[in-house]
Design a protein around this ligand. Structure first.
Ligand code: MG
Length: 407
């Protein structure tokens, strides 16, 4: 059996974990630069707010409805997600992290799954204070169906008999099936196929012909035949991009240099977290009506100062003092796992560099991002993202840790 664990209103829940005063209140989280609503809890939805609404335009509903609003704080969400996933790894032998707030878990061989589903929810709640829902079923697609229904009761749902699987399929509109795009949903509806129960009655050869093998696999999974195993390994990213728009156009090379160094630092942090090296670095610089980029190849490396030097040299090539720039981007390609990486025999400093960067990682893990960082990448507010309503990094920055006073 497979379980799908999903955190409820994840971004909003993360914001309220350290703010008990927000309990029961409507909450929204805004996009980068505070433009749009990207996440909201059910209380906020009830007021008529939606994902994708412009913050400025929904301001009156937010103010009249006493809605709490936050800039997106991905440092907090990523760290809370990591805590949930680590907790799940203690509760199941195999975990597939599906998204920041969802994971499939292997429950084969477990007894009394209904009770175990509740144990999982309670354990996550105790360890992270985050609410979850769980669907448990014989296949991933059915687990998704179960989880969608579990959401309605804020709990867990297990589909373990042909009888309750059939009932669940009747209650699932085709448009809500996992992986059915809006185009297929429309076509199915026009053919009178409204629910998942209708969908599994369509002859397999028609599904295969009309909806490719992906549709056919979905149909078989809904019939209880597993077609996809959990993907437990972490796939290293193919490329890492770190880009930001300046708040106002920037002309001075020194400021752009600082920005590119800072965003290189963020990109290399991701690279090192997945234990990989890069051998191809590209930088782009955009002014209105003009974008230039330059690339360079290097020996495989994860050493931040070297990557910053390459990025700055590339920047120098494409910079011209005649323009005002509004965006700069760093790309890292040629990403390979550190194991088996080529050693650069001409660089006898390799082991020293490895030692140094490891200690820097340890200090930054302990005391928070950028506690130690290259002087070149000083964070400046005038090119940073506009995040006026950012919550503290409760779990990753020492000075933001919540303080408990015992009387
Ligand atoms: Mg969720």
């Amino acid at each position: 059996m497979i379980g799908l664990v999903d955190c409820q209103s994840f971004y909003c829940s993360c914001e309220s974990v350290f703010r008990p005063d927000l309990k029961g209140k409507p909450i929204v989280v805004l996009s980068n630069n505070d433009h749009w609503i990207i996440a909201l809890n059910s209380k906020a939805k009830n007021l008529g707010l939606k994902r994708g609404l412009k913050f400025k335009e929904s301001r009156h509903i937010i103010e009249n409805g006493n809605v709490e609003f936050f800039s997106s704080n991905y440092t907090l969400y990523n760290d809370m997600s990591w805590r949930v996933m680590e907790t799940l790894k203690d509760l199941s032998p195999r975990v597939e992290i599906y998204s920041i707030d969802e994971a499939f878990i292997d429950l084969s061989g477990f007894k009394n799954l209904a009770a175990y589903g509740e144990t999982i929810r309670h354990t996550i709640k105790r360890q992270t204070l985050l609410p979850t829902t769980i669907g448990i079923a014989p296949t991933k697609s059915l687990a998704k169906v179960a989880q969608r229904l579990a959401k309605k009761v804020d709990g867990s749902l297990i589909l373990d008999t042909p009888g309750n699987i059939s009932k669940a399929l009747v209650l699932t509109p085709v448009k809500d099936l996992w992986g059915i795009g809006s185009a297929y949903a429309k076509r199915l509806l026009s053919g009178g196929i409204e629910t998942a129960a209708d969908f599994i009655k369509v002859p397999e050869w028609i599904v295969k012909k009309e909806m490719t093998s992906a549709g056919w696999m979905l149909q078989r999974e809904l019939k209880g035949i597993p077609m996809a195993d959990l993907k437990v390994e972490v796939n290293p990213r193919k490329g890492i991009i770190s880009a930001r728009q300046f708040r106002s156009p920037v002309k001075e090379l020194s400021i752009i240099n600082e920005a590119i160094s800072y965003y290189t630092e963020l990109a290399v942090e991701k690279l090192r977290k997945q234990n990989c090296t890069t051998n191809s670095i590209s930088v782009s610089l955009e002014a209105s009506g003009r974008a230039r980029h330059a690339s360079a190849e290097t020996a495989p490396t994860d050493y931040l100062p070297d990557i910053i030097s390459v990025a700055k040299a590339l920047l120098k090539k494409i910079y011209s003092h005649e323009f005002e720039y509004w965006r700069t981007t760093i790309f890292l390609f040629g990403i390979e796992p550190v194991i088996g990486k080529q050693i650069n025999f001409f660089d006898d400093n390799n082991s020293k560099k490895g030692y140094l960067i490891k200690r820097v990682d340890e200090i930054n893990d302990k005391y928070g991002q950028h506690t130690i960082h290259p002087c070149a990448s000083e964070f400046r507010d005038d090119w940073g993202m506009h995040r006026e309503y950012l919550s503290p990094n409760y779990t990753t920055r020492l000075k933001d840790f919540p303080v408990v006073h015992a009387l």
